[in-house]
Design a protein around this ligand. Sequence first.
Ligand SMILES: [Fe+2]
Length: 300
Amino acid sequence: MYKLEVEVNRTDETIKFDMFLDEVAQANFNESSEVLHIANLMHKLSNNEEELINILMLYACQGNDIENAYAENSLICAVFEHCSIRLNFWHPSENILDLPHIESELHIYDMPHDHNFDFLTVGMWGEGYSTEVYSYDRNQVKGYIGEEVNADYHGIKTLGRGDVHFYRKSHHIHSQIAPNELSISLNVLIDPEMTEEMDEQFRFKKHNQKSLIIDRTEMAATNGLLGMAQPFINMLQEFGGSDIDSILSGLTKSKNHYVRLDAYKILYSRSNPLAKQKLLKSAELDSSELIKSAFHKEVV
Ligand SMILES: [Fe+2]
């Protein structure tokens, strides 16, 4: 179990944002000493209230573009090859209740989820949001919707100003609770590149204090080039022509097991009984536990 809280050296010292970015740009996050170094700089940055206001003014004046995109709940400050820097705005619930559903989804409260990247986060402003924290063993999880996942519950943690937390990919699960006042955190997202090898991330439903249920898998629909194929192949079956069978067969060899699963399922629904048996056999030989368990479960 990785500890969530980072033990930074508490200080009144401050650092300028430019200097912070220079340090982050050179950091090697594979070294735990450098992770701790950046965490200490994040703590110093949180002492610099004036600098936070400058950053917000700077980006607001620059306007919204793809490199400095901001929305009501986040602002991308910098993107490097191995990490990116983002500010998150945590609004009290009374400020977001009237938003349309799609926007209120962006304010991800009371929804346990994990991430497929490591990230450091520091409280920059306000009392800080609280979050229920669990941890789980990704190696024990197949990854299908409805799967019960054993998890350890670690209680409610608050990211107060100056506190630094280190969330580990596919290990920590968190469910944020809206703060009573506007709170701002700054995140360093480590290696957020959208690569084919990325693991999926999950949204969970609360079950009990020892386990959660997978409610939604997110990589397939949102991350990774092959992952993006999934909604597309689901759409393909609407056309129904026989030409798509060879495409679907090709997709059963995709690197992304959610894409393979959907390709198997659609092919199965379009096949004669003999071909169905063949598909079941090849799915049983698939290297992914997801395919082995979910495909059989869903189609037979
Ligand atoms: Fe999150």
